[in-house]
Design a binder for this molecule. Structure first.
Ligand SMILES: [Zn+2]
Length: 467
């Protein structure tokens, strides 16, 4: 287990001492400042030059030639009195691969001394942002000039990711944190059972996670500095039609705009939940994204308008990479047959495996999935996982770890593929099976996946509990 930046028992003891002092001094009529994290914030615009190809749909062939929102990267840095730091980076894009992130993390290590695990880029999973290099790039089959543009945008985005982290580290201020939960109901399970098939559609009986977690961050003078919010749903309100070729941050960006309009001077920052088998309903046009954004912002404002739960103390964090094995890969006969497939994606996956075999290299047998727990005092526990994590995990962790006030965050660090539950492995369908064609793996995962992931994250949480 590879833990990074864990606060030892010293801080916990010191926190207790400070709080004890606070009570004593408070009784004499002097307010003592509680020990708390400091917060740094920075935002940069990463809107692309147009036209540019957008990520997320294999069927979308044309580049986007119009933009509805600026695309942003927003960094929220936490710092303990001991000097430890952790940075959330909210990114307006579909996702990033480990390969894409490697140079960014290296720069963060070299320039800012932030170890692996201490910078979590969380992709919003908008399906209306540019295709990135080595991140499902072939899903969209770009032409050579389009590919060059993808590389140019990727380089710029990598630089901006490093820069936004550095900028946030320059702006630490004392902060008061409060947490609350709202509810929005536009998330719809998208797995529909037809005979022995699972197809895309609206399944109102399927599991969802309608929670809207909210974290309010205030300055010492009481002004709201940031509103962090989340939801577990794909950024796929726009699908087909003329809006399909428009750059946008999807419903999350509309929500952000509403919140910032209601709280001038505050930064609204979205952390994507675990809803990889969930789509917004209804879907189709930007108008649908706008209505979902309004509903989400309304849920957040409802939380902000009522008393919220204080989140006190410094933070502790633990990072790990959980190995999730696939079933054994297919033999050469199947790969050679796939390499002759009429489907270009099936063909490319097989060719990549055959190339590795011919070069004497091993084919992928497992995914090492980044996971982390960031616990603020005893009041709030972020659970972060890479990949497109399906909603069963969020629901299970919320049940198992209810006392820890869990806030599940998916699409964190990097996205190697979908992360299905055992239920989905048994049922099959896109998230368990066919999506792996685009991700370039032969699945499915071994049925041990759910226990490995649930136990791995739960172990990190237990290690951070209490004094
Ligand atoms: Zn997805």
């Amino acid at each position: 287990m590879n833990r990074v930046g864990m606060t030892g028992r010293n801080l916990v003891r010191r926190t207790g001492l400070w709080l004890g002092l606070g009570v004593g001094v408070g009784a004499l009529g002097v307010l003592a400042a509680p020990v708390s994290v400091e917060v740094g914030l920075a935002v940069r615009d990463v809107s692309p030059e147009l036209p540019i190809r957008l990520a997320g749909y294999a069927g979308r062939q044309q580049p986007a030639d119009r933009a509805e929102h600026p695309l942003l990267v927003q960094a929220l840095a936490l710092r303990n009195p001991t000097g430890e730091r952790f940075v959330f980076v909210a990114l307006d894009n579909c996702e990033v691969s480990g390969e894409f992130m490697a140079p960014v993390l290296q720069q963060c290590r070299e320039r800012y001394q932030l170890p692996r695990g201490a910078v979590a880029v969380v992709s919003s999973h908008t399906h209306s942002a540019p295709v990135l290099e080595s991140t499902l790039t072939d899903m969209t089959q770009p032409t050579t000039p389009e590919r060059e543009q993808i590389v140019r945008y990727s380089r710029r985005l990598q630089q901006e990711l490093v820069a936004v982290v550095g900028a946030a580290l320059e702006t630490f201020e004392p902060a008061t944190l409060e947490h609350g939960l709202g509810r929005a109901t536009f998330a719809m399970n998208r797995r529909v059972y037809r005979g022995d098939q699972v197809v895309f559609g609206d399944n109102p009986d399927g599991p969802v996670d309608w929670d809207v977690p909210v974290l309010r961050i205030r300055r010492p003078d009481g002004a709201v500095r940031a509103i962090v919010f989340g939801y577990a749903c794909h950024g796929t309100s726009v699908r087909g039609g003329e809006d399909w070729h428009v750059v946008s941050g999807e419903y999350m960006a509309y929500a952000r705009q509403h919140l910032e309009a209601m709280h001038p001077g505050a930064v609204a920052l979205y952390l994507t939940g675990m809803g990889a088998d969930i789509d917004p309903a209804p879907r189709g046009r930007l108008l649908d994204a706008r209505r979902h954004g309004l509903q989400l912002a309304g849920a957040v404002l409802g939380v902000l308008d009522r008393p919220m739960r204080p989140v006190r103390g410094g933070f502790r964090m633990a990072y790990d990479e959980v190995e999730l094995p696939f079933v054994p890969p297919p033999g050469r006969d199947r790969l050679e047959a796939d390499a002759r497939s009429a489907d270009v994606h099936v063909r490319q996956r097989a060719e990549a495996y055959l190339k590795r075999m011919d070069a004497g290299q091993p084919v992928p047998r497992a995914v090492r999935l980044p996971v982390a727990v960031v616990r603020v005092g005893e009041d709030l526990t972020f659970l972060l996982a890479g990949g497109e994590v399906v909603v069963d995990y969020a629901r299970r962790w919320k049940r198992l770890l209810a006392q820890d006030h869990p806030w599940p965050v998916g699409y964190a660090y990097e996205v190697p593929c979908y992360i299905p539950s055992v239920r989905l492995l048994k049922e099959g369908g896109y998230e368990a099976d066919s999506s792996f064609i685009y991700y370039g793996f032969y699945g499915p995962f071994d049925a041990s996946i759910e226990d490995r992931l649930v136990d791995g994250v739960s172990a990190l949480v237990s290690g951070l509990r209490g004094p």
